[in-house]
Ligand binder design. Sequence first.
Ligand code: NDP
Ligand code: 2IT
Length: 447
Amino acid sequence: MDVDSTVKGFYEQILQRNAGEPEFHQAVSEVLASLRYVLRKDPHYADNGLIQRLTEPERQIIFRVPWIDDQGQVQVNRGFRVQFNSVLGPYKGGLRFHPSVNLGIIKFLGFEQIFKNSLTGLPIGGGKGGSDFDPKGKSDMEIMRFCQSFMTELERHIGDKVDVPAGDIGVGGREIGYLFGQYRRMTGRHVSGTLTGKGLTWGGSLVRTEATGYGCVYFTQEMMASRGDRLHGAKVIISGSGNVAIYAIEKAQELGATVVAFSDSSGYVSTPDGVDVELLRDIKEVRRLRVSDYVKETNGATFHKGGNIWETEADVALPCATQNELDGEAAKLLADHGVKYVAEGANMPCTHDAIQVFKKRKIDFAPGKAANAGGVATSALEMQQNASRDSWTFEYTDKRLRDIMRNIFKNAARTAEDYDVPRDFVVGANIAGFKKVADAMIAQGVI
Ligand code: NDP
Ligand code: 2IT
């Protein structure tokens, strides 16, 4: 059978066995499209059910999370942990708390994590978890009770040599604190390497908070430098205003770019003169307000309720909010307005149609599994520090992050050239991430 029919067969099986999980289908289909290049050169990668095993999680855990709200009412949410692939190391990946969370979303994120973690060059497998719990509008005590209940069930499935969760949408330093506290209480041990993103006085790593946003900007710098361009003087759109977006904004501006827009799910803020990062951080991280509150406390910024951030004119776009936030129409707007570089700070924020537009219009595009790998990479550096009971300086850890991002860029670019699709960083990242995992799976046998 020719490669195209083989791959089509794999995909049909995926659709049939994972009905009703469109985000998972989307993530698998993008990787399979790249694997066609590999299978043409090295058909043995399809032997022994390797592709079927790679697309089937090793383990999927779904559990009830009951908790009591401030009114004394019992609330019930659903918890997930998908342990996708541990061939390279313990499962590693974040926890997402958002009302949209379901099994398909956690599976798409866990599947992406396998290749992303492989690209970091560090010994971590792929996993993801979370809950359909909505943290918006909840009191601190409600968040704590929820986290304690969530961890009461998750505890038996994780550990520093088993599975190491961290943050994602809706899970930041506060939540990791409550989760770690409950884990410590249940086990009676202070095993700091069980979670990452911890506070700096109890096993956390410097740079982890900044790492995903900084890393995405470091990757963008590499991509631009390879064309003789630089961020200095560039206009940049950064969607979102959470952990990833805030530190992408900070680093881009530190490097001399002007961030001209950011957003949340209610609309976007236009900032032609740049963003006051200190104010944004205070509004979002300390006071936990909305981006519409930012314009009330500064001059020269305007809030566009329900507006489309991608209509902003810019040279670079970094989608840093959520999956499928940038579609084909938005991509055309960006292209018409002269955007030359797009790098995904979020996981799968660009739809398939958007990526096709970027390709056609010769816009450099970096997929999330390469461009946002700095977060999980620094989590792995946190695990290293925990294992050696050491803590590194900001400068040293930031340098490690920068080197990792540069290596991921080089690896994706070189692999794309090896397969005769220069500057196709999607194909380059997918194949480079895949090969390392696949070779390890072959070496470790059919399990
Ligand atoms: P946060 O919870 O800190 O922030 C999420 C941001 O995205 C908020 O501004 C939120 O706005 C916005 N957002 C969420 N859903 C939507 C939506 N449907 N439409 C528009 N905006 C939305 O999460 P993170 O910054 O940690 O994560 C952002 C993305 O980056 C996710 O895709 C995540 O998977 C990915 N990522 C995160 C890493 C990390 O280390 N944290 C590492 C690698 C990737 P609102 O407040 O209105 O909901
Ligand atoms: O999507 C991601 O890579 C993350 N949310 C970070 C995972 C981690 O383990 O640090």
